[in-house]
Ligand binder design. Structure first.
Ligand code: PBG
Length: 325
């Protein structure tokens, strides 16, 4: 059958018809809002490359979390800046560090909010790498215990979900064992399973002060050219006990999201990362694009590809816009 019998435009004639046949319904239920916790109190420092995003002390984090919860966003993911960096990133597992204190403050405020924490060492190490270093090499196995300790400290502070982003082999298993041994069987793991070595993390590294001081992350993050390898990374993380798996970045890797969605029956998340956000913001500031339409189209595209959970710096704006859609 074909034209003139077939007329796809029949179902596009009104908003009611378009709504009736809409395949993807973007909603705030799948959004997570990333936040940067720093030491101190009453600190709120703007991140210049990410308009609207701040490094904030725990008291300020709670205030913004109140707003996030009021907007109907289900949760936040916390990144931490330490007081002091050292070779092993020891502050990552400190109960007194900014992330741990922020979690406690959010819990105390009894906000209706899921707290996810990023588990990594790069913000905490003096060299800025995601694992410990010997003779210029990023060591895998010795890093696992440190990552597991960091995850445990987040669980102790009250995190619902821990999200390892370091890309060391075996870290999901190490974290799962550590949590279980310490009576946190219900804390879930969202693994950054397919995390690519991407230039799209640039603005984040200003926000988290986590740029590597030498070399790059190519020996542990994935080569952007590889898709089949992502399936292997995901399968391994699931075997080790991941509950949710993530693809990161989102936009240049929509094909990976689709493949993962089709192959694995677990919740799939995607990280709409910092440069994806900053590019939109910069173009919007110049008046070159319609920010609202662009953002909703981007998020719809990521969801349509198969990610039911989207980590995005646009979350608060999107929640406001979706309310009026
Ligand atoms: C830490 C980490 C990074 C991001 C999330 N966790 C940066 C990196 O790997 O260099 C990037 C997030 C973003 O760009 O928004 N390992």
């Amino acid at each position: 059958m074909s034209f003139p019998t077939d007329r796809p435009r029949r179902l596009r004639r009104s908003e009611a018809l378009r709504g009736l046949v809409r395949e993807t319904q973007l909603s705030t239920h799948g959004l997570l809002y990333p936040m940067f916790a720093c030491p101190g109190s009453k600190v709120r420092t703007a991140v210049s490359s990410m308009p609207g995003i701040y490094q904030q002390s725990p008291d300020q984090i709670v205030e913004e979390c109140r707003e996030v919860a009021d907007l109907g966003i289900p949760g936040v993911i916390l990144f931490g800046l330490p007081e002091h960096k050292d070779e092993t990133g020891s502050e990552a597992a400190s109960p007194k560090a900014a992330v741990q204190r922020s979690i406690e403050a959010i819990r105390k405020a009894e906000l209706n909010l899921l707290v996810v924490t990023d588990v990594c060492l790069c913000e905490y190490t003096s060299h800025g790498h995601c694992g410990v270093i010997k003779d210029g090499e990023i060591l895998n196995d010795p890093s696992l215990a440190l990552l597991a300790e960091a995850a445990l400290s987040h669980a102790r502070a009250g995190a619902d979900i821990v999200a390892p982003s370091d890309m060391m082999d075996g870290r999901v298993g190490a974290i799962r064992r550590k949590l279980d041994e310490n009576n946190f069987p219900d804390v879930a793991i969202l693994s950054y399973a397919a995390k690519y070595c991407s230039a799209f993390y640039g603005p984040f590294r200003e926000a988290a002060q986590s740029a590597p001081q030498f070399g790059d992350r190519r020996s542990y993050q994935m080569d952007p050219a590889n898709a089949r390898e992502a399936m292997r990374e995901v399968a391994l993380d699931l075997e080790e006990g991941a509950d949710i798996i993530m693809v990161k970045p989102a936009l240049p890797y929509l094909d990976i999201i689709i493949r993962v969605r089709e192959r694995f029956d677990v919740p799939v998340a995607a990280y709409n990362v910092s440069a994806e956000f900053s590019m939109v913001k910069a173009a919007a500031e110049k008046g070159w694009i319609n920010e609202q339409r662009i953002v909703l189209e981007i998020l719809t595209g990521i969801q349509r590809a198969g990610a039911s959970i989207i980590l995005t710096y646009h979350a608060k704006d999107a929640a406001r816009w979706l309310e009026h859609c």
